[in-house]
Design a protein around this ligand. Structure first.
Ligand code: SF4
Ligand SMILES: [Mg+2]
Length: 442
């Protein structure tokens, strides 16, 4: 059997580094490659997720690992998605490494925060050269005080953020800082990649194009400013995917009251599309929901779409229902089969949104008796909804009365839903229907 030779590099043969002379990114790439080599990873189990900026073009230097070049600041979010898919849906073997600069980390800070909070199994190797190198040397939120850049010509007067402290406050369990020339950087990055859960390595670097010409900064100063272990004292915890599998996927199934097993039948063939319109707080959308459930209990397909003003508790409340013996491929309502208008707010809305104008001579319109006249091509029945049912039962009682007349869903199923929801108070709905039926002219 042929022995597999240890891999000595993951970069392309004779790869020409695209960075300026003396740029810290040369060291970064070398140490990242060392880390891959030290772990002897299968290149197909490595995903490099790169950001915008000079460091982001390193993915062209790697031949076999997966590389994914993303938008500015968002690499950690993409990596989080990749690690989630691998950790929960697949075999959790992928090593996902984010290659990001201080500019990207500034722009996408919340993605880093979220990844650290989740403890997602992603390794962020942050190249911090204190400025936006690729776009002209502008200062970043990592620039030290007095740092001179084209956007801080008199020296930066805003203190830099400390990403290691931020990550620590988010519970990151592996945080290291090192300079790009640190001989141990490859080992540190290797440890970070092997760490189960979120890990971040902040690599302090020199930008020889924009930093060293204007600031007293050199490699020794960077090395001297490094604090080596920032995650001391942070309690160990399981990575997100492991925890999710254990606590969410592995949780005993809760008895759920939203699983509906059809146990009634309906004679309906085809679909019926119903608009309910009334006043917020008067159970319009609940009426629609109970009808949808009773349709499903009757062996039908059903959809519900709700609408109300942003204020939720005032103005109109609207619901669009579709019940059908066939799959529902379109949930909109071009021509309503029925429209229920339980209040003046509801009338105003079905006028405004064009529902009434889309009624045909076959459309059934059940409207509160006291509403003003309105133009509509449908067959209109005026019912004393508010006098008999009060506002809070008007929509559901009108819908139930319509169903008694048309039988689109099993009436037994509908009563089961109403009785189950309102318990001893459901007797009022039974009385409502009896009182309303003589007014329905269909
Ligand atoms: S501009 Fe700065 S960060 Fe970019 S490659 Fe040149 S030295 Fe490196
Ligand atoms: Mg930078």
């Amino acid at each position: 059997m042929e022995a597999t030779l240890p891999r000595t590099t993951f970069t392309k043969e004779n790869a020409a580094f695209p960075f300026c002379k003396g740029c810290g990114h040369h060291h970064y790439v070398k140490h990242l490659d060392e880390a891959f080599v030290s772990l002897q990873l299968d290149p197909k189990q490595v995903c490099i997720v790169s950001d915008i900026g000079c460091i982001g073009i390193l993915d062209s230097l790697f031949a076999e690992p997966h590389t994914f070049h993303t938008t500015h600041g968002r690499s950690t979010a993409f990596a989080t998605g990749i690690a989630l898919a691998d950790g929960i849906l697949h075999d959790a073997k992928l090593k996902t490494v984010v290659v990001i600069g201080d500019g990207g980390a500034t722009i996408g800070l919340l993605h880093l925060v979220n990844a650290a909070l989740m403890n997602i199994d992603v390794t962020v190797v942050l190249a911090n050269n204190f400025l936006y190198g690729m776009t002209g040397g502008q200062h970043s939120q990592f620039s030290p005080l007095e740092f001179v850049t084209p956007t801080t010509p008199a020296g930066n007067i805003v203190p830099p953020m400390d990403i290691c402290s931020i990550m620590k406050s988010c519970g990151a369990t592996y945080i290291r800082q090192a300079s790009a020339t640190d001989k141990n950087l490859g080992t540190i990055i290797g440890e970070a990649i092997a760490h189960p859960g979120f890990a971040i390595v902040e690599v302090l670097e020199l930008c020889t194009e924009w930093a060293t010409p204007f600031n007293k900064i050199d490699g020794k100063m960077l090395t001297g400013s490094v604090h080596h272990n920032d995650s001391g004292g942070v309690p160990e915890r399981k990575d997100f995917s492991s925890l999710y599998k254990e606590k969410v996927l592995g949780a005993p199934k809760r008895p759920s009251d939203d699983t509906i097993v059809p146990h009634y039948t309906s004679p309906l063939r085809g679909s019926r599309r119903i608009v309910l319109a009334g006043t917020a707080g008067e159970k319009v959308q609940l009426a629609s929901f109970l009808y949808m459930k009773s349709a499903i209990a009757s062996g039908l397909h059903a959809t519900q779409k709700n609408d109300n003003p942003v204020t939720q508790g005032s103005g109109f409340s609207l619901s669009e229902l579709c019940v059908s013996s066939d799959d529902i491929l379109y949930t909109g309502i071009d021509r309503p089969d029925a429209v229920i208008i339980a209040s003046a707010d509801g009338l105003k809305e079905v006028r405004a949104n064009g529902t009434l104008a889309r009624c045909t001579p076959d459309s059934i319109v059940v409207a509160e008796q006291t509403l003003p006249e309105f133009e509509c091509a449908g067959k209109v029945s005026r019912l004393p909804l508010r006098a008999v049912c009060t506002g809070s039962r008007a929509a559901l009682s009108a819908l139930a009365a319509l169903n008694v007349a048309k039988g689109w869903v099993s009436q037994d199923a509908l009563w089961e839903m109403i009785d189950g929801k309102f318990k001893e108070k459901s007797a009022a709905f039974h009385r409502d229907i009896e009182a309303l039926m003589p007014f329905i002219k269909i």
